[in-house]
Design a protein around this ligand. Structure first.
Ligand SMILES: Nc1ncnc2c1ncn2[C@@H]1O[C@H](COP(=O)(O)OP(=O)(O)OP(=O)(O)O)[C@@H](O)[C@H]1O
Length: 362
């Protein structure tokens, strides 16, 4: 498959995610890292190639490319136009999401988690930054770089603020740890900030999570049902904590229907194209790019939705993404030819740890 790398959509601690388009006109996201540091991305490829659910980001293939003398490992996944839930919060200047959005997203995350757990996989890094949002208000679980099989012995992995007590103590990281992290994610969605205060001192927080009797503060402005749901996730004893199956039957999410999905949709923008994969959207972007002189001014093409324009403009405005400028559009896109048949497996190269946080026992 021949494909072209587009603008950067986001950067995590271990990888860079860019938009990409294939010669057949498909638009997707490509997550890339230098091959020598691709251990966590290759693990993600392994799990994504197995998991297929409307609430797990879809995997489309992988390859290794040579870019500026480096070997780069790439995996191809769904393009999620809303970015992550954390991106949504940042877009609103750190304000939390609405109650209807939180309820709708929570229902979908639990469905995704229930599917993952029923396939014996533990995600190990559930948080707003790893839940990706679509224009229609749908959300999918992404970033499986920490994932493991339920019965697999693996070093603890994840994000300190979202770690369950048993994980912070280095005892175990099973399905129940994902449920705790879901509780923390609901607090993040409601408050717009970390579930624990003083997020700049993760060691102190980890100690508190591990050895105190505390749980993160549940916001008092969410509904009684929502509070009860969060308390079931944030039960300190993993054996007493609710499972995803139990949570799916909790009244807070049981009655979520298309109405609430619709409300979530309104926030992101309802004038979207049927699909971001519509080639017209990209054609419009290319047309408009050639008319821009400074920064980004997209043509008011009917086929390029307001929400997509906003998302792309927002990306272009971000200071951490200096390499994307529309006036240099042509030269910034790199066309890449993949060796093999599109599902090539990277089997050689030095393997070192990625940039992800790990718990190392002394
Ligand atoms: N499929 C996608 N479509 C659109 N944007 C995406 C997609 N996947 C990731 N992003 C953006 O890229 C950012 C980084 O992605 P991701 O969390 O997968 O990287 P990472 O290096 O594994 O992160 P972490 O720091 O959690 O290890 C996300 O927060 C989001 O803004």
């Amino acid at each position: 498959m021949e494909w072209t790398r587009g603008p950067v959509l986001g950067r995590g601690s271990s990888a860079t995610v860019s938009a990409a388009t294939s010669t057949s006109g498909d638009v997707f996201a490509v997550k890339s890292v230098e091959f020598s540091q691709s251990e966590s991305l290759r693990k993600e490829q392994h799990f994504l190639s197995i998991l297929k659910s409307p609430h797990v980001v879809s995997y489309k293939g992988c390859d290794v490319t040579r870019e500026q003398k480096n070997f780069v490992y790439n995996i191809f996944i769904d393009y999620m136009s809303g970015g992550s839930i954390t991106d949504q919060i940042n877009k609103r200047n750190g304000e939390g999401l609405t109650n209807s959005e939180i309820a709708s997203y929570t229902r979908q995350i639990v469905e995704g988690l229930d599917y993952i757990h029923s396939n014996k996989v533990v995600h190990c890094d559930i948080k707003g930054g790893n839940i990706l949002v679509q224009e229609d208000g749908g959300v999918k679980i992404g970033d499986f770089g920490c994932a493991k099989w339920d019965d697999q012995e693996a070093p603890v992995c994840g994000t300190p603020m979202f770690m369950a007590p048993e994980v912070a103590r280095g005892e175990e990281q099973g399905f129940a740890a994902d449920v705790w992290a879901l509780g923390c994610t609901i607090i993040e969605m409601a408050t717009g900030v970390s579930p624990w205060p003083n997020a700049d001192d993760p060691v102190a927080i980890l100690y508190r999570i591990a050895f105190s009797e505390e749980i993160p503060e549940i916001p008092n402005w969410i509904s009684g049902q929502a509070k009860d749901f969060v308390s079931k996730c944030l039960t300190r004893d993993p054996r007493q904590r609710w499972t995803t199956k139990q949570l799916l039957d909790h009244p807070y999410v049981r009655k979520i229907d298309e109405n609430s999905k619709q409300i979530a949709c309104e926030k992101i923008g309802t004038d979207s194209p049927t699909s971001i994969l519509d080639q017209d959207v990209w054609n419009s972007m290319e047309e408009s790019s050639s008319t821009s002189s400074v920064g980004v001014e997209f043509a008011q093409s009917d086929s390029l939705s307001k929400s997509v324009r906003q998302r792309i403009k927002q990306l272009a405005d971000k200071s951490e993404m200096p390499e994307w400028r529309c006036e240099k559009w042509e030269s910034e896109w790199i066309t890449i030819r993949m060796n093999g048949d599109g599902d090539g497996k990277a089997t050689s190269g030095a393997v070192t740890g990625g940039g992800r946080w790990r718990w190392i026992e002394s």
